[in-house]
Design a protein around this ligand. Structure first.
Ligand code: FE2
Length: 411
């Protein structure tokens, strides 16, 4: 049974099933565990939290009046904890995870350079398990080879993003001639992810939209300057779906493909870059539980809500003065296809604008190469083969250019 108890009643042998506090107010990374040591008990007692939850089927209950009154001795010895039940993530564990993720942001492992030091905490995430890698409250931590080769994704606290940005700037500044473009691109991309993440929390912020404009201009300049190279401008190893990583990837792919197609107009490139960066901004209005459910398990009603992100997004961006009708096209058409079986308008053939044709390819590619609830990512090669097989849905000439773009970046 799940029970709320005052912190003062905690004892070794109890099974913690959550704290009555936000994730980062507690001294623990996991909010589901058995209290096995005095050290853990002390940490809980000293945390300043008023109440916590225990699971009395997995561990000890609070002491009864009789137990409290009993003199110390064999009779008062702790009963053994009952055997643990299946450790599959419960609904509560998942809720904790979602809450924890509100305070974390995924960073690219490749952005960290071996033998450098960082002054922010790092976490590694595998599925819904999040474990701290370094505690830097008392100093800096070294980036080791072991850290860079760990499986899983690296995360940092949102509160540390400025320290991370400073780190990226420092690495880019000190990079040798051979690494300067790669480091600069990494900095542009990671900053763009942080920005889009912030924008999703505050989608109607004109200041954030202005920053997005600058980011898109930086992306366009970088791709033009390097004659189509997008190395480090997108995230390759994606273990999980983050709308901010996806948005940046799709935008970079769209701009690079447009340039490869021979589009030179600054206005056109900007419209496709900005529109694709914002293409999923309507997702900011979709409830967590719908976002996290495998598509197959969504009800008709929930599918309707999910598909509504296109028009929701349009409603958000049209409030911003810097958005032209051309900029809205990638957002409006990113789920359309040449057959007319897409949504929301079911546009067919010539009715689909060039920017819609480009983003329908890049959006599908990035979605297929990213794992998400109920779907395991396929390889870039498999994703491209899938797109090639769907000639009736995707423009084959544009797909060819996109493949060239990816090929240049040694995928
Ligand atoms: Fe979408």
């Amino acid at each position: 049974m799940r029970k709320k108890i005052p912190i003062g009643s905690t004892r070794i042998g109890m099974y913690v099933d959550g704290f009555d506090a936000s994730w980062f107010q507690t001294p623990f990374l996991r909010h589901r565990f058995e209290i096995k040591s005095q050290d853990q008990l002390d940490k809980i007692m000293e945390s300043g939290i008023g109440y916590m939850y225990i699971d009395t089927e997995k561990g000890l209950d609070v002491l009864s009046v009789e137990e409290k009154a009993a003199p110390p001795g064999p009779k008062a010895a702790k009963p053994a904890a009952p055997p643990k039940k299946d450790a599959a993530p419960s609904e509560m564990a998942f809720k904790d995870y979602v809450e924890a993720m509100d305070d974390l942001i995924q960073i690219d492992k490749l952005s960290l350079t071996e033998s450098t030091t960082v002054d922010f905490d790092l976490f590694v995430k595998n599925g819904i398990d999040i474990v701290p890698l370094s505690k830097t409250s008392r100093g800096k931590s070294e980036i080791t080879k072991e850290l860079l080769t760990l499986s899983g994704e690296l995360m940092i606290n949102r509160a540390d993003v400025d320290k991370y940005k400073d780190y990226l700037a420092e690495v880019a500044k000190s990079a040798g001639a051979g690494r300067s473009v790669a480091s600069k691109n990494m900095m542009i991309k990671e900053n763009a992810k942080i920005l889009v993440r912030d924008l999703f929390n505050d989608p109607r912020s004109p200041a954030k939209m202005d920053e997005c404009k600058d980011t898109v201009e930086n992306v366009i300049s970088s791709i033009i300057d390097t004659k189509g190279l997008i190395t480090n401008l997108f995230t390759v190893n994606k273990f999980d779906y983050y709308v901010y990583t996806h948005s940046v990837n799709v935008s970079v792919f769209c701009v690079a493909t447009a340039i490869a197609m021979g589009i030179k107009s600054e206005g056109e490139l900007f419209a496709i870059g900005m529109g694709s960066l914002l293409h999923d901004i309507g997702m900011s209005t979709i409830p967590h539980e719908v976002m996290q459910k495998p598509f197959e398990r969504l009800s008709e009603f929930e599918i309707g809500i999910l598909k509504g992100h296109v028009y929701e997004g349009l409603d958000i961006v049209k409030l911003y003065k810097g958005i032209t009708p051309e900029t809205m096209l990638p957002l409006l058409e990113h789920h359309e296809n040449l057959m007319g079986t897409g949504y929301p308008q079911g546009l067919k053939g010539d009715k689909l604008h060039v920017s819609g044709r480009i983003i329908s390819i890049t959006n599908t590619y990035d979605t297929l190469t990213t794992s998400r609830p109920g779907f395991k990512a396929i390889t870039p090669y498999e994703a491209l083969a899938h797109l090639r097989d769907q000639k009736q849905l995707y423009d084959p000439d544009i797909l060819k250019e996109f493949i060239t773009v990816l090929g240049k970046s040694s995928l």
